[in-house]
Design a protein around this ligand. Structure first.
Ligand code: AHR
Length: 327
């Protein structure tokens, strides 16, 4: 596939300005290697670590020269990284936007420089979809809906203290991030149908284990009769488990826990009975990203949206899946 692409690029070098090594961004070297600038969100979670590994390994396997930066969960760092990739005249820029809004200016700069942009994992909120070629990632609203549906289906069990009210506390992801907004929206849209369920407190834990632990500690002090934790990712759920255990309660029994991701640590906690249900979010986006980048640079049509396929896990399913879990 790579050889075919490079051969095609070599033949049409003078006319196909978007091919790697002869990009319209003005790289005047004769090297056919595709150069990709990737601006990563950070290293906030097990999911993110697996996502970074997938992108780095797959770039190597595909012969793509990857320039990688870690924004430490700050939008200004990502914008700086993208500007530096524009200056370096990379062939293609890919990034996972830390928050949804505020990207139009820098994306317009990339467009004017003739550098195609691919969104991975998270979306941008912009009226102008010509600012990027395609968006590869999960349907976060659907993930929230799956989490809500499990709760509705298990509402009797989830009323741990049997008082007729299912009190949920929500650990939100990074404020303004697409998965935080969408997982909240999806979850609420489904639990709305069940009168006994209500979200009694909701706060950001920034997608980190430490954040989840701290927020859960404060919920345990401020809220009475917590039945369920809905954490927007495994790491915050694992932090909540630490807080629940420190308070002398049994996670998974005294407090039911629903999370999103299904990384190894989350799956181990699910198999052990400390988490009750996990909605999968697949971080292994590297192969599809490299494929899309090659197609875009070869001038081929690509879908504007590529949705990742995902499933869900109960405790029994986690026991079965854990030995083969890749990440
Ligand atoms: O954008 C994907 C989310 O970001 C993952 O669910 C979470 O773990 C990560 O930090």
């Amino acid at each position: 596939m790579k050889k075919t692409l490079i051969a095609a690029c070599a033949i049409t070098m003078s006319t196909l300005t978007a091919c790697g090594g002869s990009s319209s961004a003005g790289d005047d070297s004769n090297d056919d290697t595709i150069t990709m600038g990737f601006a990563q969100v950070g290293a906030e979670s097990g999911w993110r670590t697996a996502n970074t590994k997938s992108i780095q390994e797959e770039a190597k396997a595909a012969g793509v020269d990857l320039k990688f930066s870690d924004a430490q969960q700050k939008q200004e760092n990502q914008i700086k990284a993208i500007r530096s990739y524009i200056q370096q005249k990379v062939d293609v820029i890919a990034f996972s936007p830390v928050v949804e809004t505020g990207w139009d200016t820098v994306l317009l700069e990339a467009k004017r420089a003739g550098i195609p942009v691919i969104l991975t994992d998270r979306a941008v909120d912009s009226d102008d979809d010509s600012l990027y070629e395609t968006f590869l990632g999960s349907d976060f609203v659907l993930e929230g809906e799956k989490a809500g549906q499990w709760l509705v289906d298990n509402v009797a069990d989830a009323d741990v203290d049997g008082d007729g009210a299912v009190n949920v506390v929500e650990l939100q992801g990074t404020t303004g991030a697409a998965p935080a907004i969408d997982r909240k929206t999806g979850f609420e849209s489904v639990i709305f149908a069940e009168d006994s369920i209500s979200v009694v407190a909701s706060q950001t834990g920034d997608f980190t284990r430490d954040g989840g632990k701290k927020v859960m500690e404060s919920f345990l002090k401020s809220e009475k009769g917590i039945d369920v934790v809905y954490a927007h990712n495994d790491d915050m759920g694992l932090g909540a488990i630490e807080a629940i255990e420190a308070a002398g309660l049994t996670p998974g029994e005294d407090v039911k826990i629903i999370t999103v991701d299904a990384v190894k640590d989350g799956m181990a906690a699910l198999a052990e009975g400390k988490i009750n249900f996990i909605v999968e979010c697949n971080p292994l986006l590297g192969p599809q990203l490299m494929d899309l980048a090659k197609k875009v640079l070869a001038g081929e049509d690509v879908p504007k949206r590529v949705v990742t396929e995902e499933s869900t896990f109960t405790q029994e399913e986690a026991v079965e899946a854990l030995p083969d879990r890749q990440y």
